[in-house]
Design a protein around this ligand. Structure first.
Ligand code: AMP
Length: 523
């Protein structure tokens, strides 16, 4: 099938649970969602292995109950993380597949493929999903596709962004931009709200809050959408808060019920039972968005025993209330960061599959004093659509919105480790505060320690004033410094963040010109 889009660049929403890809058709002046080989618009971000075959997408999702220990999902919660991270450890309890600590502390998934043990990094698994998307895109568009805009949660740190970029490159994509998911949704919203879908017809700036609650992550962004384009004021969120957590509370609840009904049997050690329970709980959760009561029923769940319980919407809401409240607190914080009162928000746009939960919608509406939520955009498609519009613009194909400006921000503060007044190490000196518009460049001067020919530059990301509460992005030594008393060498440290949100740090001794640069992205 040839649709004849020359040099197509696509937008990809690489989700925790599902991924979506889209393309802007210039001739038709609109975005189209790229269907997968089954003709569906969303593709499970799932990979499965068996004795003969590799399955990606829907084929893989179908394996969860049949072949649970070799069916991998939720990779987005692993990408750019360390094996020892407490959240990875906690997630592992409920995953039926095995994870070990791989090189560079990477959480590495162990599967059996064609009778052999394989160890796979999260980047490799994500690239398999992306390759499948690439195939579908080329089939749909009718040309080779390599340029892509890939979306990431606004709250992803530098390591998570870099790992996502690596996965995309591995899949054969040339990543023309990484863009924050809510910003992509705002671009789609901008186009959706224009008269005749022409951006330049927007007559008034609108303050928009995008509330994006997906499968694995929660993002909130405060933006101004207007004639000139999209300007992000502030972002916030949690990269470990989403539908998977709600499923997990239900799974835990069922495990406890099963234990109570049948003595001290814990099904946690049984991947097949766990896989089947997860599928049933996710389905029950979805049902509860449209009915107030449902049943979870599984034949022969464990040791030949059937499992059956009734669960009400009220119970589901009670089990997950702390998570829902956390979302509202993050909205509040984002408004404070963006220096905006909630009354000044013109539209609250909800995207992401988990915003279908009635309680979540109600809580957001109540927070905004009864404001009706903007649900006009398809929550599954908005992020990919925005990315496709940007992809087309960046590759010079999009006549209508060619001049649109897009200004994003850094989600987390960036800085280096310094001593406090008492000379103790371990303190964070922020060089680029969170929510600074990007691209940006900041310079800071430091002095060397007494009689030291080396200075260690340790780069961190996060909001804690102690570095141990933040993420270490990289460290390096600037050597050959001039010897002398405290402060003999003056060191200029430069932080540059590019349009993708990726950081490059350089340090230079002023007197000698001794210089060292690292791109955190490449470490
Ligand atoms: P996304 O990452 O935006 O694709 O969202 C996927 C998440 O949305 C998964 O955790 C789904 O279980 C969840 N989801 C999809 N539809 C519903 C629904 N009707 N009610 C509750 N959660 C849903």
């Amino acid at each position: 099938m040839s649709r004849g889009v020359k040099g197509a660049a696509i937008g990809i929403d690489l989700g925790t649970t599902y991924s979506v890809a889209a393309v802007w058709f210039q001739g038709k002046n609109r975005v189209e969602i790229i269907p997968n080989e089954q003709g569906n618009k969303i593709t499970p971000s799932c990979v499965a292995f068996d004795d003969t075959e590799l399955f990606v997408g829907e084929g893989a999702k179908n394996q969860i109950t049949r072949n649970p220990s070799n069916t991998v999902f939720d990779v987005k919660r692993l990408i750019g993380s360390r094996f020892g991270d407490s959240r990875v450890q906690k997630d592992m309890e409920s995953w039926p597949f095995k994870i070990i600590e791989g090189p560079a502390e990477k959480p590495t998934v162990v599967v059996e493929f064609k009778g052999e043990k394989r160890e796979l990094a999260p980047e490799a698994l994500s690239s398999m999903v992306l390759m499948k998307i690439k195939e579908s895109a080329e089939e749909f568009i009718g040309t080779k596709v390599s340029d892509a805009v890939i979306t990431v949660p606004a709250y992803f740190n530098d390591k998570q962004r870099e790992a996502t970029k690596e996965a995309s490159t591995k899949a054969g994509f040339n990543v023309i931009r990484l863009i924050n998911e809510p910003t992509a949704a705002a671009i789609a919203y901008g186009l959706d709200n224009m008269a005749d879908k022409k951006w330049y017809k927007i007559d008034k700036n609108k303050n928009v809050l995008v509330f994006d609650l997906g499968g694995g992550t929660f993002d909130v962004s405060l933006l101004t959408v207007g004639k000139k384009g999209v300007v992000v004021k502030a972002v916030g969120g949690d990269t470990h808060l989403g539908g998977e957590d709600f499923d997990k509370t239900l799974v835990d609840y069922c495990i406890d019920k099963f234990k109570k009904q049948h003595g001290e049997v814990d099904i946690r050690g049984n991947p097949r039972a766990l896989g089947r329970l997860k599928v049933a709980c996710e389905k029950a959760k979805r049902d509860l968005s449209s009915t107030t009561i449902t049943r979870i029923e599984i034949d022969c769940l464990y040791g030949g025993i059937d499992f059956s319980i009734k669960i009400s919407r009220a119970k589901f809401e009670e089990l997950n209330l702390t998570y829902f409240e956390k979302c509202i607190q993050l909205v509040e914080k984002c408004l404070i960061d963006g220096k905006m009162k909630k009354e000044m928000v013109d539209d609250v746009v909800v995207v992401g599959g988990s915003t279908r939960i009635p309680k979540v919608q109600r809580m957001v509406e109540e927070f905004f004093d009864g404001k009706k939520l903007c649900k006009s955009m398809n929550g599954d498609e908005a992020v990919a659509s925005g990315a496709a519009i940007l992809a087309s613009r960046l590759s010079g194909n999009n006549g209508k919105i060619q001049d649109i400006v897009l200004i994003d921000v850094t989600p987390l503060s960036l800085g280096i480790e310094v001593k406090n007044m008492e000379g103790e190490n371990g303190f964070m000196k922020v060089i680029i505060p969170r929510n600074t518009s990007i691209p940006t460049s900041k310079v800071e001067m430091f002095v060397s320690n007494e009689n030291s020919t080396r200075a260690k530059i340790a780069v961190y990301q996060g909001e804690s004033d102690r570095v141990k509460g933040n993420t270490l992005l990289s460290e390096f030594n600037l050597s050959g410094l001039t010897l002398g008393p405290n402060g003999t060498s003056k060191i200029k440290v430069v932080f540059d963040v590019d349009v993708n949100g990726i950081l490059c740090v350089s340090a230079e001794e002023i007197s000698t010109g001794q210089r060292k640069t690292i791109t955190i992205a490449k470490t």
